[in-house]
Design a protein around this ligand. Structure first.
Ligand code: CDP
Ligand code: MG
Length: 138
């Protein structure tokens, strides 16, 4: 059954001009782009998005980074979208990511790692609703 997931092309990848190449990889993997926009978010908005990581030592750096430049949040759809996007992204640390994955190809470090992808159905629902209104998701 078709499933939706949420993704963000992060500020490092946008700033380096990798947006179109990453979207091409996503399309080639069979995902339909349901919604996408280019926006810049405040540190407080990044903190709300990553609230689950609030107690982690990397939280301040992560939210500083995510509010440092434009990002492309998007909603993607295909069968098994959540797990398949995580596979396409590669490991959180690009040094440990498999060849051909987005993080291996476009990311620099465990912090500035090019792309976000939801890790479960409940987080996908929260993350889609954080960035998009129902009327944008027909
Ligand atoms: O993004 P992913 O689900 O693979 O990793 P996470 O463990 O949910 O962490 C969220 C984000 O925090 C990562 O994508 C990194 O940008 C950042 N992070 C970091 O800066 N330093 C770490 N040691 C772990 C994660
Ligand atoms: Mg995560």
């Amino acid at each position: 059954m078709s499933q939706r997931t949420f993704s963000i092309i992060k500020p490092d990848a946008v700033g380096k001009g990798h947006t179109a190449a990453i979207l091409a990889d996503i399309a080639a993997a069979g995902f339909k782009i349901v919604a996408i926009k280019r926006i810049s978010i405040s540190k407080a908005q990044a903190e709300g998005f990553y609230a689950v990581h609030a107690a982690r030592p990397f939280f301040a750096g992560l939210t500083e980074f995510m509010s440092s430049g434009p990002i492309f949040p998007m909603v993607l759809e295909k069968e098994n979208a959540i797990a398949d996007l995580r596979k396409l992204m590669g490991a959180t640390d690009p040094a440990k990511a498999e060849a051909g994955t987005i993080r291996k190809k476009y990311a620099e470090s465990i912090g500035e790692n090019a792309i976000h992808g939801s890790d479960a159905e409940d987080t996908a629902a929260f993350e889609i609703g954080y960035f998009f209104a129902g009327i944008e998701l027909k």
